[in-house]
Design a protein around this ligand. Structure first.
Ligand SMILES: [Zn+2]
Length: 68
């Protein structure tokens, strides 16, 4: 099997994209404007915060500190 130079470059750029995507997720998250908690995908879709037990408008937030 011959691994070409170009296929190595492709997997390297895919990995780089994956890492920058992870970095973006660390910096920004979709959270509840009331309690500031990061929302689950289901909560974002339903626009409902399980913590506040009310309907909210999901907001993109910048993570000030590392998530627990
Ligand atoms: Zn909330």
């Amino acid at each position: 099997m011959i691994i070409t130079r170009s296929s190595l470059d492709i997997s390297a750029s895919v990995e780089a994209a994956r890492q920058s995507q992870r970095a973006a997720l660390r910096l920004h998250f979709t959270g509840c404007p009331e309690c500031g908690r990061a929302l689950s995908i289901a909560e974002i879709i339903e626009r409902h915060c399980e913590n506040c037990e009310r309907d909210i408008e999901p907001r993109t937030m910048r993570a000030e500190r590392a998530a627990a």
